[in-house]
Each structure stands twice: as C-alpha cells, then as structure tokens.
Write a protein that binds this ligand. Structure first.
Ligand code: SF4
Ligand code: SF4
Length: 361
C-alpha cells in the first residue's frame, strides 16, 4: 500500500493538529490539517475534488506546526505538498499559484520584479567586496521590500570584521515552488542556482532570510546535491561574533515579544540569546511553538481574508510588551506590515538586525 495512505490511515482524529493550526483557528476548524490529508485517497483514486476541497489543500502555509504535534507521526506537510503536486499536474492549482511559479522560473522572483533593481540595497556606506569567498544573499523580501534589513546586516558584519560580496545575479531561492509541489522544476532551478553560486568561487553564503537559509541548506541537497559552499544563517554568525568579542552590544533595557520564523524553529534559541546579550527581555508570544503568520506558500495571494485574519493572531499581541515585537523573518514582517496598513493597526515590530545595529553603534 502507498506509504502516505498507510500513514493517513493511522489518524486517530485526536484534534491535536487542529489546536496548533492557525488556519484551522481562524476558520473555526473548517479547514484542518486532518481534513487536508484525508483528501489524498480521492486524489490517488483519480476522483475530482470540488472547489472547497481544492481550497482546503491550498489553505496551508506549510508551517509544520501540525507535524510537530501529531502523535502518530503522519507527515502532514509532505502529504500536502504531494497533493498540490497532483493538482498542479492536472491543471487544478489556483491561477495565482501557477503565476507565481512562472514568475520565479522565468524572472527569478515571485513578484516578477525588475532583476536590475534587486541589488539596489547596495549603498556607498556599506563595505562590500567585488569578489570574496563569502557572499551575502539578501533574498526577495529584503531585496525588493525591506532593504534596511540588508543594510543593517552588512553594517553588523562590517563591524565584526567581515566584508562579504553581494551576489551579482541573485535570484529567489525557490521555496514557493517546493511548497507547491513543483519539484521537477525546483530540481532544475536548484541545479542552475547552485552551479552559478559555485562559479563565483565562494566558500560561504550568509543568508538573512530563514526561508532562503532553509532552502539552500536543507532543500538543495535533496533536490540536486550538497553545494560546495557552506550556508550560514546571519543570526548564527552574529551570535558567533558576539561570543568572540568582535561585536560588543550595549544594553538596551527593553522588553519585547518575538515573532518566530516557522522555517527554523529549531534555531529559535539564537535570536533569544542575541536579545539577552543586548539586555532585552523576552515575553513569549505563542509558548515558543510554531505559529504561522498566515502569509507563506500561497495563502496570502490566494486567500487574502483568511491570511489577514491569521496575521491578526500575531498583531493582537504587539501591545502585550512595552517595546513591541521583534521579528527575524522578512516575509513575516512584510505580511504583518501589509495587514497592519490594511486594518489601520500600529506596526509595532522591528527586525532583530536593526535592534542589534542600534546596540553596537
Ligand atoms: S502546516 Fe501549518 S498551516 Fe498547514 S496545516 Fe499544518 S499547522 Fe496548518
Ligand atoms: S494530530 Fe495526527 S492523529 Fe491527530 S487528528 Fe491530526 S493528523 Fe490525525
């Protein structure tokens, strides 16, 4: 029997995945992790899904919170990815999802942005080398929407004695292709990008975006092969530079909450350790559990209302702490900022790199 179907068969309807899924929460359990995986049998039997069932499969950010709690270890996010792959092959994925995949494959960014402005975050005040064995990858959300995160990251690296190079032809990491089951295209994409990065002669790539970091570090080896360069998460490097005494943060005496990045929850001690070095106290927002912002994997473009409602679960916590919320994911930041503007809510959130820069100046 098919392994995934066998796994689905083990579901005991315990409801644990409903309780942690933010999409389930804001839809009163209309769309749950369990309801999504229960559609696999129909898809494998070649039965037509109705629109509500298709919506269910695409109403997931693939945050992984459900995988974390399932007592019988059903690979829920892998099954959702497989269901999306089948729907895409049959031309049944949402039109916006197909469009974003095409944008990435043809133009190198989800929003089909002008590639010539991707590196416009580079300013004279930043020390960058034209060539180096250390490269910095900003990623789409930073390069096109939140360039202050790239500036503060480079300034921190410079203060710590590191002068990286920018990637001349940087492009999207391709996470959206992977989340939506476009794995054959993602394989070719990963091959091209890894070979391009290797052709630059770099030994290390520093990534600021948790999504980019995860894709370069974990997904490219599965899709293509282990790259010849090391992939480093910017906050890990900041932490190391503090430990080595190359960065000496001043105490800021603030109290914040943290908007964790689902993609790298396993590394969520690192931002807390950096904040503690800055004298910043943390009040936990979601008990340190994976809790999605409601944006990724196509939920924002395909289901804007549900995506906004999910974002509000974070935004309503902004006021819980005197000095707001700290984020370390540029896509969470971007999504939450959009929703704050749309709902006239105050955006009381900053990226951790801006706070660290303030503390070392
Ligand atoms: S991955 Fe996240 S959003 Fe998707 S079903 Fe699981 S908990 Fe819900
Ligand atoms: S947590 Fe696992 S076993 Fe429980 S309802 Fe969800 S999928 Fe089924």
């Amino acid at each position: 029997m098919d392994e995934d179907l066998l796994a689905v068969d083990y579901c005991i309807d315990c409801g644990k995945c409903y309780d942690v899924c933010h999409i389930s929460k804001v839809t009163d359990n209309k769309y749950t992790p369990r309801s999504k995986i229960m559609l696999l049998q129909k898809l494998l039997d070649g039965d037509e899904l109705d629109q509500e069932e298709i919506n269910d499969i695409y109403l997931s950010t693939r945050c992984g919170a459900c995988d974390d709690v399932c007592p019988v270890n059903i690979p829920i996010t892998d099954i959702i990815q497989r269901e999306r792959a089948i729907l895409a092959q049959h031309g049944k994925e949402p039109a916006r999802t197909s469009q974003i995949c095409r944008n990435i494959l043809e133009a190198g960014s989800p929003g089909r942005k002008d590639a010539s402005i991707r590196n416009s975050w580079i300013k004279d005040e930043l020390e960058l080398n034209d060539s180096s064995d250390v490269a910095y990858m900003a990623g789409c959300w930073i390069a096109f929407a939140h360039q202050d995160i790239a500036s503060s990251t480079i300034k921190i690296l410079n203060a710590g004695g590191i002068t990286p190079m920018a990637i001349p032809e940087e492009k999207c990491c391709g996470l959206f292709l992977i989340d939506n089951g476009h794995l054959e295209e993602a394989k070719e994409y990963a091959k091209e990008y890894v070979e391009y990065l290797e052709s630059l002669g770099i030994k290390k790539v520093i990534a600021s975006c948790p999504g980019c970091y995860l894709v370069l570090k974990e997904e490219y080896p599965k899709l293509f092969r282990e790259p010849e360069f090391e992939v480093i998460y910017s906050l890990s490097l900041f932490d190391q530079l503090i430990d080595e005494g190359k960065l000496i943060p001043k105490k800021l005496n603030k109290t914040v909450s943290i908007r964790d990045a689902c993609a790298i929850m396993e590394m969520s001690d690192i931002p807390r350790k950096i904040l503690s070095e800055m004298g910043v106290e943390v009040r936990e927002m979601f008990d340190r559990k994976r809790a999605c912002c409601g944006g990724p994997a196509g939920v924002k473009p395909n289901f804007p209302e549900i995506s906004s409602k999910t974002a509000m679960l974070t935004i309503e916590h902004f006021k819980d702490t005197p000095d707001g919320t700290v984020s370390y994911c540029p896509f969470c930041y971007h999504h939450l900022e959009n929703v704050c503007q749309e709902k006239n809510e105050e955006m009381d959130m900053r990226d951790i790199s801006l706070l660290l820069l303030e503390s070392i100046l």
